[in-house]
Write a protein that binds this ligand. Structure first.
Ligand code: BG6
Length: 493
């Protein structure tokens, strides 16, 4: 339930995340009246600026397509204030506490949500100073934190240990923003709310599962951060693994946060560490026409960087449901298109009456253009018995044309405000996920002779990619030139 008497503090209010995600989401919730009536938002960061300058910034973060939205933004600005201060001194945090108390004077309780939109280097000091100086004495405390949650199992545990004395697990909301995406939130409903899917959801019927993340832009401007992390830590260990987990977990006992997360942890524990032999890595070079720069041309990237900007890897799950089924995760920057999707390829139908009939595929498009479609064989209408590949198609913008799909961050901030942990990462879940990736990450970091394969900016990735997926049994079929929704989606991944 949503708590009245709440103050939200956005730490790192002048940073990139706050600008791109946190403030637009807070505004989206505010203008649609999802935040409590009396909500107040305090920004905190190192940058010194006065109130007017701050509001100017907040405004610049938010698009106002109509007069109405502009007026709503004026109202939003009237609940926003700002305080500047260092991240490692008590005094400014005491000031922050006073500012919150001031708001709480007229309130019967004082609930506080601390949103840490901060670089990892100041994470721990801020958490400690908040606890020491700003912990509520007559209300609920919640702390929202963002990845990176460490760089491997050890550093993730260290971070966890540093938070532990100050915050109870129920006070911590670890964001993986993929869990706020509409289609990701739909996965458990699709699987467990449809008998025909549930019945075929196993190794007897499914041949392979692919989860693909593609972005058409490079790391321009973010090279400094990215080079330290690479694509595996940036999106695979978190976003893609979350999707895999939701696809593979067993039916939870209920939709309560702990029941869901218990099952997530259980399936993660059944995944052995990723073997280097099941991995390919790439790094983008210049685009073929020479207009787009290579990864290493970024000034903030070392000239000899071996950082992967592309990776394809295969995870297996050692349980009765999934043993032997490859889960192929692919992620890359500077590719030919933007797309995140799940492709579940079913097994061949019994041979005999058909020759080379394509496999069924269930495709779940997470973004853009949310949709679920099942590629299936049908008789081509007419006098012959010719078959054709067609699809059962649920495309959101057609079927739900008058509904707005919320932004992931809107959905997650609202959940955190309500105290619902279902779509946040639990500590043991984080641990289990790092365990799967850490040995591979260390192997790639340490083995200097392993150099990522170069692929051109704007291409589909390293040239070996199709052979790689084929080697795990994936059968590509262009079945008479089949293509779903030709305008926006080439058939080939
Ligand atoms: C972030 C990564 O977590 O997710 C970025 O750090 C990536 O590198 C982003 O671009 C992708 O998120 P979305 O919502 O745009 O798919």
């Amino acid at each position: 339930e949503l708590k009245e008497n709440t103050t939200i503090v956005v730490l790192g209010a002048s940073g990139d995340l706050a600008k791109k995600k946190t403030f637009p989401a807070l505004f989206g919730l505010f203008r649609n009246k999802f935040l409590p009536q009396d909500i107040k938002i305090i920004g905190y960061a190192r940058t010194k600026m006065d109130h007017a300058e701050y509001l100017k910034r907040v405004r610049s973060y938010i698009k106002t397509p109509t007069k109405e939205v502009e007026e709503q933004l004026d109202q939003f600005c009237s609940i926003c204030t700002y305080l500047s201060g260092q991240y490692d001194q008590d005094e400014p945090f005491q000031k922050l506490d006073e500012a919150i108390r001031d708001i709480e004077k007229s309130r019967k309780e004082g609930n506080r949500v601390f949103y840490m939109a901060l670089p990892p280097s100041v994470f721990i000091p801020v958490s400690e100073h908040l606890k020491r100086n700003c912990y509520p004495d007559k209300g609920i405390a919640r702390i929202i934190i963002e990845k990176p949650f460490g760089k491997d199992l050890d550093s993730s545990r260290k971070l966890q240990k540093a938070l532990e004395p100050d915050w109870k697990e129920e006070e911590i909301f670890r964001i993986d923003h993929y869990l706020g995406k509409e289609m990701v939130k739909n996965l458990l409903i699709l699987r467990f709310g449809n008998e025909f899917l549930g019945a075929t959801w196993n190794r007897n019927h499914i041949d392979s599962v692919q989860i693909t993340f593609k972005e058409p832009f490079g790391t321009e401007g973010r090279g400094g951060y990215f080079d330290e992390f690479g694509i595996i830590r940036d999106v695979m260990q978190n976003h893609l693994l979350q999707v895999l987990t939701l696809l593979a977990m067993e039916r939870p006992i209920s939709f309560s946060a702990e029941d869901i997360r218990d099952e997530k942890v259980r399936v993660l524990r059944g995944i052995p560490k990723i073997e280097p032999k099941n991995v390919i890595i790439g790094q983008y070079g210049k685009s073929l026409d020479g207009t787009k720069p290579a990864y290493k041309e970024d000034d903030t990237v070392p000239k000899d960087s071996r950082c992967p900007t592309f990776c394809a890897m295969v995870a297996f799950i050692k349980n009765e449901r999934w043993d032997g089924v490859p889960f192929i995760l692919k992620a890359g920057k500077a590719l030919n298109e933007q797309k995140t999707e799940i492709r579940i390829q079913f097994k061949d139908v019994t041979s005999g009456i058909f020759k080379d009939i394509p496999r069924n595929e269930l495709v779940i498009r997470i973004q853009p253009n949310e949709s679920v479609y099942l590629k299936m064989n049908s008789k081509l209408p007419g006098l012959s018995m010719q078959t054709v590949v067609t699809e059962l198609d649920l495309t959101y913008r057609r079927r739900f044309s008058d509904l707005k799909i919320p932004e992931a961050y809107e959905s997650l901030i609202l959940d955190a405000m309500k105290g619902d942990h279902s779509n946040f990462v639990r500590d043991d879940e984080l641990d289990a996920s790092w365990r799967i990736f850490s040995p591979l990450l260390h192997y790639l970091d340490d083995k200097k002779e392993i150099v990522p394969m170069e692929y051109p900016y704007g291409s589909r990735g390293p040239a070996v990619l199709d052979d790689f997926t084929a080697s795990y049994g994936y059968k590509f079929s262009d079945a008479g030139g089949y293509s779903w929704n030709t305008a926006s989606t080439p058939n080939k991944l």
